[in-house]
Design a protein around this ligand. Sequence first.
Ligand SMILES: [Zn+2]
Length: 291
Amino acid sequence: MVDLYALQTPVVLIPLVVIVSLLVGSFLNVVILRLPIMLFREWKRECSTLDDNLPKHPALDDLDAPYNLVKPDSHCRNCQAPVKPWQNIPVVSFLLLRGKCASCGTRIGWRYPVVEAATGLLSLVVALYFPWGWPLAAMLLFTWLLVAMSVIDIDHQILPDSMTLGLMWIGLLLNTQAMFVPLESAVLGAAGGYMALWSVYWLFKLVTGKEGMGFGDFKLLAALGAWLGVGALPIIILLSSLVGAVVGIAGILIMGRDKNLPIPFGPYLAAAGWIAALWGENLMGWYLSIL
Ligand SMILES: [Zn+2]
């Protein structure tokens, strides 16, 4: 448990972190929804034979209409009614609207308040562990990017380069000041993270003839290595494989999921990286004590 008396961030500032994070969570919903569509539009422009594999979305039918993280304004996907400011309050608006569009009554997805609440909750935990200042700000950004990437990977089985590589460069830049680990450890972590999964990928492909994960996974682990250093890689790989295997097998046994369907590995890497960022040293000590 967190000892509130030992908190390094002033207690009065914690609610501020949570409120800002809820608002960020609301924006993450926009990123999660639109960034993949923006990528698909780009791919479709470059390659007109791609159609079959893309999700249905109006912005993919009309490539000339503006579509980015800001435009068009948020609207109901059924009746096009614009979302008014009071309908855009994280979590609260969803409850006030009882999960339905105010104009046409179409159900609003659960995922919107869930992403907002999860972002707020995870950010609260980060604020309880990191002292007020740049390390906390950096770790919040780390958390938010991981949330968005995880949901995008679950939705579309892609991890956009702009997010994985962006996260990696930010981690390397922060660690030029040794914010979390010495720069040497960060560089080794980035390169080692990429190569570790790259080797697993080729080994798996040689043995089974199938592709077990995507290149986005390598880049995500490289980003985690850049933030948390080469020493965090074993615990991240161990945790993500463990949880991934448990969830994967449960999915096949309980849900009757087809075992040949690809399982997105990004969310497990992201979760393991996040846990390692907060409790990595304790876990490592515990792991070594067992050995
Ligand atoms: Zn509507």
